[in-house]
Design a binder for this molecule. Sequence first.
Ligand SMILES: Nc1nc2c(ncn2[C@@H]2O[C@H](COP(=O)(O)OP(=O)(O)OP(=O)(O)O)[C@@H](O)[C@H]2O)c(=O)[nH]1
Ligand SMILES: [Mg+2]
Length: 288
Amino acid sequence: MFDSLKRKFQEAFSRSPGTILYGDLEPEILEILLSADVSYDTAVKISEKTKSILPKQKKIDIMEARDAFRQSMREILVSGGDAVDLLSVTTKPYKILFIGINGTGKTTTIAKVASYLKENDKRSVMAASDTFRAGAIEQLEALSGKVGIPIIKHAAGSDPSSVAFDAIEHAKAKKLDFVLIDSAGRMQTNRNLMEEMKKIKRISKPDLTVLVLDAMIGQDAISQAQTFFKEVTYDCVVMTKMDTDARGGAILSVTDELKKPVLFIGTGQNISDLQKFEVDWYLSKILP
Ligand SMILES: Nc1nc2c(ncn2[C@@H]2O[C@H](COP(=O)(O)OP(=O)(O)OP(=O)(O)O)[C@@H](O)[C@H]2O)c(=O)[nH]1
Ligand SMILES: [Mg+2]
């Protein structure tokens, strides 16, 4: 993960003679970030922050430049605030709704989160609230069997909110810790989808709404998701398919543009391919 980004950083910040011209900072930083899939606005912001930290002299010590660059990226990454620690929440059941456009990885992420919670002795139930897409209920059902977590489902085409409601009732009756609510990524129209998400939120009153984003989708799709889910509102982000994204910089523009913390990253198709996102871990990966 992040190998090409790491290589570029290393090339730029470890060369001899150990200094970088102040005038070269901006083009160097922009080149690295833009080739790593960071949006133009975010790249400029990071470059400006870096320059503002450094002394305005002709030659800058390379290590000093590196630290300033790292600090500037850090500021962007923490600008969305802290993600909740699911293992220390006290609300019971704690209800999490997963939303996102189709194919981003919502259903897979639910199974991964359920497994993570189970490993930490937390008991969950899944709500098969994507009643729209053919096969969605069966997909979640198969995952629930694999992870060993109960699922609440209704017939295809039924009211998604009612499924979520029943799952919450089930969790209350069984004194479960978490309710993980799946949702559709596509409906007859986008307006329908948005209204449906708002209704699920109204009825299930989630403690946490998670926007699931695909790291591969690029800038336009991030802006699209941002506009699209603005009305629904969400608390944090899960970035999936980080394993397939050789460039790895999307996390910087997502946190900068959405101003929400990244809760987890998805790193593969297996149930165990989920990692809590830690800012310092990420920085140490790309700029060791
Ligand atoms: N490589 C990789 N693939 C992933 C990851 N997360 C999900 N996928 C794959 O992405 C595809 C779509 O995943 P789903 O979980 O079905 O996505 P969804 O958002 O529920 O899709 P809809 O229900 O159609 O809206 C599947 O093939 C998953 O295996 C990840 O972190 N890495
Ligand atoms: Mg799904």
